[in-house]
Design a protein around this ligand. Structure first.
Ligand code: GLV
Length: 336
């Protein structure tokens, strides 16, 4: 980071509507340009906005790469509103000397809760049954109708075992489930014990899981980590939950497997090319769909916004943690 001129008023841009108290916190330190509409911006629009500010608080739909940063001499910090940061090209930020931050930890428990909401809803057909009831089809209880699959006592698989995966695993104890996971590396033994989870290879995880939750980061290697071959390896009754990122699952292959009864059900909070949702998924009743809301409780979204603001304030050399943002993604930039 270059040296900070305390006489020059720093300007920050908040790209999405944010809680007023968080904007007010930023305004104690900076001139704040805060958007009141949630808009999609072209790379050119983003480039123009970022050229006029010292820092930016961005949402996951704002994609920053080398082209967006080209010619930018002013920007020093980006605070990303989310734990995942596949919208940011970290190499390009490093090259430009821009520090980026994310919002880990504060959302872990809410996102893990939501994974369970989707798992239970998909396995027990909650959304489909409600649609049917609201459509006026319920004429009386039929004992042999609306049969679904159990969650309790089944084998839970978790692909990706970071903080959120571990929080999903810990909740499984209450459902009496056997938990297996696959990750780039096995967890240290004490963490494995705390999660009561067993490390297995990916083929074993796919083959043995009754229910599989995806919690891995979206990297180029993880694109279509669940595609047609992986879906074919799963139980035809299995429930798949994706709370990670669109693109980790091949949505077209998933829709085909759900339609053809090669997979039981799915719960999806994220989609390839969102906010667009694959047309074939929208036609199916055995999938629960939600608009990327796993962290969206009032408490957690406020905590995320507040952490992002603290990061931006510190990264731009202000406040009690000046120069030491709480959760940097590329801290080496700060040392320069
Ligand atoms: C949400 O998807 C996040 O990465 O926080």
């Amino acid at each position: 980071m270059g040296t900070i001129d305390m006489n020059h008023p720093q300007r920050v841009w908040v790209s999405r509507p944010l809680f007023p108290e968080v904007v007010a916190k930023l305004a104690e330190h900076f001139e704040v340009l805060a958007e009141s509409e949630d808009q999609r911006r072209s790379p050119e629009q983003l480039r123009a906005k970022l050229a006029e500010v010292d820092g930016a608080l961005l949402g996951l739909a704002d994609r920053v790469d080398a082209a967006v940063l080209a010619g930018n001499r002013r920007l020093k910090a980006i605070a990303n509103l989310g734990v995942g940061y596949n919208n940011l090209d970290i190499d390009a930020l490093n090259a430009a000397g821009i520090v980026a931050t994310n919002t880990p930890d504060v959302l872990t428990e809410s996102v893990a809760d939501y994974a369970w909401a989707l798992l239970l809803a998909a396995a027990r057909r909650v959304s489909a049954a409600e649609r049917w009831l609201r459509a006026g089809h319920w004429q009386g209880m039929r004992f042999d109708d609306w049969l679904s699959v159990d969650v309790h006592g089944k084998a839970l698989g978790i692909l990706g075992m970071g903080r959120i995966g571990q929080a999903v695993a810990r909740r499984a104890a209450g459902f009496g489930m056997a938990v297996s996971y696959h990750n780039r590396r096995p967890l240290p033994a004490e963490l494995e014990q705390a999660c009561r989870a067993r490390y297995v290879d990916k083929p074993t995880l796919l083959r043995e899981s009754d229910h599989l939750v995806l919690v891995l980061p979206f990297t180029p290697e993880n694109r279509h980590a669940i595609g047609a071959p992986e879906l074919a390896a799963m139980k035809p009754t299995a429930v798949l939950v994706n709370i990670a990122r669109g693109g980790i699952v091949d949505d077209a292959a998933l829709a085909a497997a759900l339609r053809e009864g090669r997979l039981g059900a799915a719960g999806l909070d994220v989609f390839e090319g969102e906010p667009a949702v694959h047309a074939d998924l929208l036609k199916l009743d055995n999938v629960v769909l939600s608009p990327h809301i796993a962290s969206a409780t009032a408490d957690t979204r406020r905590a995320m916004a507040s952490l992002a603001a603290d990061n931006l304030i510190a990264a731009l050399g202000r406040g009690p943690r000046a120069g030491r943002p709480p959760t940097p993604i590329n801290p080496a930039v700060l040392a320069k």
